[in-house]
Design a protein around this ligand. Structure first.
Ligand code: NAP
Length: 282
């Protein structure tokens, strides 16, 4: 039987509605309208589209936005100054530096100067540390989106076998930590994992965050599993995930499509984080 498709577009729309209501509640309490600042160095067309989409999403829920567009030749020191300045700016609640930055800039140094209280991408060492310790902080948007999808679908996590494929700072590691916090038994796989398919087949919940088109086939999926595909791989035939959707749909109980699964959740959770950061500063 074909798996249930988890509709990330609809779930993200419900999240955005909740955010819009919360923004209005904040404003009604007399608070300043929450504002997100984006920083983009250079003119990479894909990054420009991502930033534009984030501004549009803010506008739709009543969040204000500001933008600092800097030339590609901006020095690392100048960028650090801009980002640190946004941290001190009372009008700004969230700071997002669009990655990647040009090669002459160390992204870790840039992320490290973001005020942790405004770190709506949840990538600063402070927020990563809070997450590692199971303490409240701003959580990276894509992992938070994965958890929201699982919550919405009422997937039982307590005691469940969860396999995460990928160990990046952006997705794999934080999503594994959140799943551990939900009392799942978590295994993290990566490029050196010996028998990837056999390990994945143990999973009641399989989260793929790899960046290799259709890496995981039906042989990597336990019958009845829930499959969350974070992968966004652009090829000649359009966008596809890390999971081979059609054959896996014949085995899994539920699966996120690409596009229309995790993707829309990422921006929705950015809005959630921006309002949370604003509320914490009221
Ligand atoms: P990343 O930093 O490149 O990390 C990829 C991870 O996958 C690494 O841990 C790597 O292992 C592992 N890996 C690579 N090849 C493997 C293989 N053959 N078998 C097992 N593991 C393998 O990527 P990322 O930033 O986490 O992103 C992962 C995917 O999610 C990408 O497709 C990206 O576009 C997508 N993404 C989507 C969203 C969204 O909003 N939907 C957001 C962020 C990312 P090693 O550590 O051993 O190298």
């Amino acid at each position: 039987m074909a798996a249930r498709r988890i509709d990330g577009t609809a779930i993200a729309a419900a999240v955005r509605e909740r955010v819009a209501a919360e923004v209005e509640a904040l404003v009604a309490e007399g608070a300043r309208r929450p504002t997100l600042a984006t920083v983009l160095v250079g003119e990479d067309p894909a990054s420009e589209i991502y930033v534009r989409n984030k501004h549009r999403a803010c506008e739709q829920v009543g969040i204000g936005s500001a933008h600092r567009g800097l030339p590609a030749e901006t020095s690392e020191d100048s960028l650090l100054e801009v980002v640190a300045g946004l941290g001190k700016d009372e009008e700004i609640d969230g700071i997002l530096v669009q990655l990647p930055v040009p090669d002459h800039i160390d992204p870790d140094r840039v992320v490290a100067v973001i005020d942790p209280a405004k770190d709506v991408d949840g990538l600063t060492p402070v927020n990563a540390g809070l997450l590692a310790h199971g303490m409240p902080g701003l959580v990276p948007c894509t992992p938070a989106g994965v958890m929201e999808l699982l919550r919405h679908e009422k997937v039982e996590l307590e005691g469940a076998e969860v396999v995460v494929v990928g160990r990046s700072k952006l997705v794999g590691v934080p999503v594994a930590r959140l799943l551990l916090g939900a009392d799942a038994t978590v295994t993290v796989c990566h490029s050196r994992t010996r028998d990837l398919a056999a390990t994945c087949r143990r999973a009641d919940v399989l989260v793929a965050a790899v960046g290799v088109p259709r890496l995981l086939g039906a042989d990597a999926v336990k019958p009845g599993a829930t499959v969350i595909d974070v992968g966004m791989n652009r090829g000649d035939d359009g966008l596809c995930g890390d999971v081979d959707f059609d054959p896996v749909s014949e085995v899994a109980a539920a699966i996120t499509p690409v596009p229309g699964g995790v993707g829309p959740m990422t921006i929705a959770m950015l809005l959630v984080n921006t309002v949370a950061a604003a509320r914490a500063r009221v």
